[in-house]
Design a protein around this ligand. Structure first.
Ligand code: MSP
Length: 642
């Protein structure tokens, strides 16, 4: 009989920078679920990949002095290395710059255009560049991006639009009839009440102000909106729209699209509508997990609190990091990461509970049975309750994993591990060993402990791919014969195996020493600030076209509703000018009044928040923030700088 299929996806990762442990969280959960399903006999397709187009990536590449393709190629390599390091075993890796993907996206765009679901019009609205999202006035939060809280810009351009509004009722009906479609329930309610019920507006799906994207085939000055491009990956990765769509026919519809909560909106509204318009079945579930916070704060590059997974894996191993991510965070809710929590968790669960159980068991089998796992003898008063739990643990893990709750699954496994440690305290094998008459009981205890460790290792495979092997080795078992999921019930251990005491699988860590090492690692990072790469060479004539002047700041005030902006009145000789500068997060208005600063005086005036800015203040920035440039001694206002 053919295996049932299971198609699970992670989102595509942006290729604008290195990934942190928050990103790793999505992939590690997906990998644990995929491994679990493979063990349960499914034909699993785990899809991941990279989101490589868009204005932000184009700009970041420019700032790094690279062509966008060269820039993303470098990052994709680091992302693949990271998944290898974390044992994330994907089946398909898709890049949105892959030719077959781009062609399929063009096909989708053209089809939707031809059938009238995409039409040409003009876009006016608020755009958040980091999120690559458009918002209406109503959707803004305090005038800023409702997703990331950053400034938005007003854009007006000729664009293509996708008729989301046409499908609104159909989508709502679908969501209402399929309660499992958006999970957890809190996200489902949010989608219905915050987004769908107030009314969907047609979505702007092309851009003309940059060109790093998939070109609209029949109007190539437009590039396809990055989310339409990226979402399509879930089917183009399977060959949809290509000559060979056998994988698409095999795996679609997806069983689960997994992602962080901030992007559920795209997957639960825009994506299903695209599929409806393409007349394709919808994914069975869209699951939005919570965020991994650092010290209760969202991890983000701009806050400088991102944790790099690479040194963590180098120091503690990938299984330890995977365990932390899967265990610490109740699925759906936010979780926290701090070095203290991390080390404490590793010590308590891995070194004490699991590591000690193994080393104590193996040591006692060596001591009392010359290293040979004994066949069970007479019963003790404590066997039944241990074995009862051991019988039900597999079911509990299955139930948790079928509901995408790795944390609950690990809790169930640790209940058993703790129970087994307690069994040692209850039965006191060192006391039994003193009486020859209790030898049968001693054998039972050690057999049961070894058996529980054997089956625990089977259950741990989805979460910690390396540790089970190490447990079996110490028990003298051969991994290839032990891995089967169905064997994760008590009594299947063949006695007579020769145990082999090895190193502690998770040595106990000294919290203080680890925190000190952590600090040192952080300082190393600070010690090597990245110097931004140089821009293209220009000649002196080119440079002299830029008119730099020293001006006196006469007055300064904050621009209402714009956190970053100050409005300055400056004197350029006798002339008075207004300049809007993005320095409000670094200077109080009064700090600047009376100072001299340098401005670009012949910059074309621009309207910023309705104020005409007649020049630009020069400032340098580094990791500590921003500093305006000022002459080393006061000079006449209006003096030229060159
Ligand atoms: N490129 C889009 C997705 C397009 S899918 C068609 C994107 N990329 S991302 O790189 O920003 O995010 C990738 C995944 O990492 C998402 O699931 C996101 O929620 C997750 N995380 C990023 N930071 C996170 C935390 N701090 N905590 C948990 N997950 C977070 O969005």
């Amino acid at each position: 009989m053919a295996k049932p299929t299971y198609y699970l996806t992670t989102p595509l990762y942006y290729t604008s920078g290195r990934l942190h442990i928050g990103h790793a969280y999505t992939s590690v959960i997906a990998d644990a679920i995929a491994r679990y399903k493979r063990l349960r006999g499914y034909d699993v397709c785990l899809l991941t990949g990279t989101d490589e187009h868009g204005q932000k990536i184009q700009r970041t590449a420019e700032a790094a002095g690279k062509q966008p393709q060269e820039f993303v190629d470098g990052l994709v390599a680091t992302i693949k290395d990271l998944w290898q390091l974390l044992d994330v075993e994907y089946d398909v890796f898709i890049r949105t710059t892959a030719e077959h993907h781009e062609r399929a996206v063009q096909g989708i765009f053209e089809k939707l255009y031809k059938q009238g679901d995409i039409y040409k019009s003009e876009y006016q609205g608020w755009y958040c560049e980091p999120c690559e999202s458009f918002f209406t006035e109503r959707q803004l939060k305090d005038g800023k991006c409702p997703d990331c809280g950053r400034e938005v810009q007003w854009l007006k351009e000729e664009s293509y639009f996708f008729k989301l509004s046409k499908y609104q009722d159909r989508l709502l009906k679908y969501i209402e009839e399929h309660p499992e479609f958006i999970q957890p329930v809190s996200r489902r309610n949010e989608m219905i009440n915050t987004f769908i019920k107030p009314g969907l507006e047609d979505l702007c799906v092309s851009r003309t102000t940059f060109d790093w994207g998939v070109k609209v085939p029949f109007d190539p000055k437009h590039v396809v909106y990055v989310w339409l491009d990226a979402l399509s990956n879930y089917i183009t990765a399977l060959g949809y729209g290509s000559d060979d769509d056998s994988a698409f026919r095999r795996y679609w519809p997806a069983d689960v699209h997994l992602m962080g909560k901030e992007i559920v909106r795209f997957h639960a509204i825009i994506w299903p509508i695209i599929l409806m318009a393409l007349d394709l079945p919808l994914p069975k579930q869209v699951f939005g997990h919570g965020w991994l916070l650092f010290d209760d704060d969202k991890m983000s590059k701009s806050k400088g609190n991102v944790v790099d997974p690479v040194p963590l894996v180098a120091r503690y191993g990938s299984d330890a990091l995977r365990y932390y991510l899967l265990r610490e965070i109740a699925f759906g809710a936010d979780g926290n990461f701090t070095p203290e929590l991390f080390i404490t968790r590793l010590n308590a669960d891995l070194a004490n509970d699991l590591g000690n159980l193994l080393s104590r068991t193996v040591a006692m089998i060596e001591k009392y049975f010359a290293g040979q796992i004994p066949a069970p003898g007479e019963a003790t008063d404590f066997d039944a309750s241990l074995l009862e739990l051991a019988y039900t643990t597999k079911d509990q893990v299955e139930q948790a994993m079928d509901n995408l709750r790795p944390q609950v699954a690990l809790e169930a496994i640790w209940q058993l591990v703790k129970r087994a440690n307690k069994y040692i305290d209850e039965t006191m094998p060192w006391v039994l060993a003193k009486e020859e008459a209790k030898r049968g009981q001693l054998a039972t205890v050690l057999y049961n402990l070894a058996d529980v460790l054997r089956l625990t290792a089977i259950l741990l495979q989805p979460f910690m791919p390396r540790t089970p092997q190490r447990i079996w080795e110490q028990l003298g078992l051969v991994a290839s014969q032990e891995a089967q999921w169905e064997q994760a019930v008590p009594g299947r251990l063949a006695a007579g195996q020769q145990v082999k005491k090895g190193e502690a699988i998770f040595p106990r860590l000294d919290l203080k020493a680890e925190l000190a090492a952590w600090e040192e690692e952080g300082q190393k990072e600070e010690a090597k600030p990245l110097t931004p790469p140089l821009a293209e060479e220009v000649d002196i004539d080119y440079f002299s076209k830029v008119d730099l002047r020293v001006v006196n700041v006469l007055a300064a005030e904050r621009v209402p509703k714009a956190d970053r902006l100050l409005k300055l009145q400056v004197a350029l000789g006798p002339e008075r000018r207004t300049i809007v500068a993005g320095i409000a997060q670094h200077y109080e208005p009064e700090e600047l009044v009376g100072k001299q600063v340098v401005i670009v005086a012949n910059l074309k005036p621009a309207k910023i928040r309705g104020i005409e800015s007649q020049g630009m203040v020069l400032a340098a920035s580094d990791e500590k923030g921003l500093a305006v440039l000022t002459p080393q001694r006061p000079v006449e206002a209006g003096s030229k700088a060159k």
